[in-house]
Design a protein around this ligand. Structure first.
Ligand SMILES: [Zn+2]
Length: 412
């Protein structure tokens, strides 16, 4: 099976060499070929170039992309796409000014999501999650990280991870699984958090890794949730079992979580709405990707990650959705990219780099995904007819995607 795309108005994020991360001022550069072609064989990008240099290629299917932009699929490195039900009631309650306690009593909060998930069968959980995943694929996402964390018992966490494994097996999207046992302290442990941390360390991590259900270890490192000591215990145990850290830090408070992540060579540190000088220093000369989640800031009306300050300090930055029922009930990377430009003052070039190559890096996938490069996987977005690629973040809230190709397969 081969696909030839011709007359592409702009083929963007073209990299002749396999760039796997883009940092600082390099993020301002987004390589483009105007009036281009792209040739895909099976699941791989084989050739591309200017139509001026095009020589006849025999392909099973030809797509005429006159007036359209072609780019690599979005790489969403932070989601909680596996969950049961929704929290729309909480959304309305919050608008109406209900207290935290009243919201919790009406079925809001992580603990209520956990109860709902515990009472949902594995099959039902899979079906609900698959539907969401298929929706985000249509919106141009080709690689997705998915976390556990709404189980909060050993059994329910393993159930979530098995659902993620099944999605990974059966979906066209490439999926990376993360164990987030320490997402919240379950009710039964509210007066004995350390016993829950012990459960995560001594039971959950060993069982999840024995069944090969996770690649990454995550912790919600935040005041009122898991402190630096708890986080360190869990990261240490995860690393000892072969998991790489990818952690939630600095959403509401900055107290050293970033440096702790770097100390354990975290693949990414995510959220970062509150950043101080020490956090930025800690990330310099590290292998850790900072990840911003602007849809979450938008939905909760909290500060945005200070992208300008971080990129201007020479750091890389990735963008992801944080798709989850409580704080970001949206998995739309197009909206994330727009919001990053509008609210975080990232240029379209920076935002697209952050949502493709750097997002792939934050899942350990940037050698195979995130750019138009010979030998990389054929995950591409073909837009509708638009003036140029800057139009993608500009026309926020519009669906500009005409067609998605994932692993060399055209979705209808
Ligand atoms: Zn999250």
């Amino acid at each position: 099976m081969s696909i030839l795309i011709t007359n592409i108005k702009e083929l963007i994020q073209v990299r002749d060499t396999n760039v796997t991360i883009v940092k600082g001022s390099d993020m301002k550069t987004l390589p483009v070929i105007k009036n281009a072609y792209l040739f895909i064989e099976h699941d791989t990008i084989v050739e591309y170039g200017s139509m001026d240099d095009y020589q006849d290629i025999d392909a099973d299917e030809v797509i005429d992309a006159t007036g359209k932009v072609v780019m690599p699929s979005w790489c969403d490195s932070h989601t909680h796409i596996v969950y049961a039900g929704n929290r729309v009631r909480e959304f309305v309650d919050r608008i109406n000014g209900l207290s935290y306690e009243e919201i919790a009593n009406n079925g809001g909060g992580i603990l209520n999501s956990a109860e709902k998930l515990q009472n949902t069968s594995e099959e039902e959980l899979y079906q609900q999650s698959l539907k969401r995943l298929n929706e985000v694929i249509k919106l141009g996402t080709g690689t997705v990280e998915i976390k556990s964390g709404y189980g909060l018992t050993v059994d329910a966490e393993l159930k979530m991870l098995r659902v993620i494994k099944r999605l990974k097996r059966e979906s066209l999207a490439f999926i990376k699984p993360t164990l987030l046992g320490a997402h919240a302290v379950p009710k039964e442990y509210s007066n004995n958090k350390s016993a829950y941390v012990d459960l995560v360390v001594n039971e959950l991590i060993p069982k999840a890794t024995e069944e090969h259900l996770a690649e990454y270890i995550d912790v919600f490192c935040e005041k009122g949730y898991f402190d630096l000591d708890d986080t360190e215990k869990i990261l240490k145990a995860g690393v000892a079992h072969g998991l790489k850290p990818k952690i939630h830090v600095n959403q509401f408070n900055a107290f050293g979580g970033v440096a702790l992540g770097v100390k354990y060579d975290a693949l990414s540190v995510d959220h970062l709405e509150e950043m101080n000088k020490e956090d930025i220093e800690a990330l310099k000369n590290s292998n850790t990707m900072p990840v911003a989640l602007p849809s979450c800031s938008y939905f909760l009306s909290i500060p945005y990650t200070p992208a300008r300050q971080m990129i201007d300090a020479g750091l890389p930055l990735a963008l992801a959705t944080d798709y989850n029922p409580g704080s970001t009930p949206s998995g739309n990377m197009n909206f994330v990219v727009s919001t990053a430009c509008i609210k975080m003052k990232m240029t379209p070039e920076e935002a697209i780099n952050a949502a493709t190559i750097n997002g792939a890096y934050a899942m350990g996938l940037s050698n195979m995904y995130g750019s138009i490069c010979r030998g990389k996987k054929a995950n591409v977005i073909i837009t509708k007819e638009i003036p140029n690629y800057q139009f993608i973040p500009y026309a926020f809230g519009e669906n500009l995607i005409d067609e998605v190709i994932i692993n060399g397969i055209r979705l209808d």
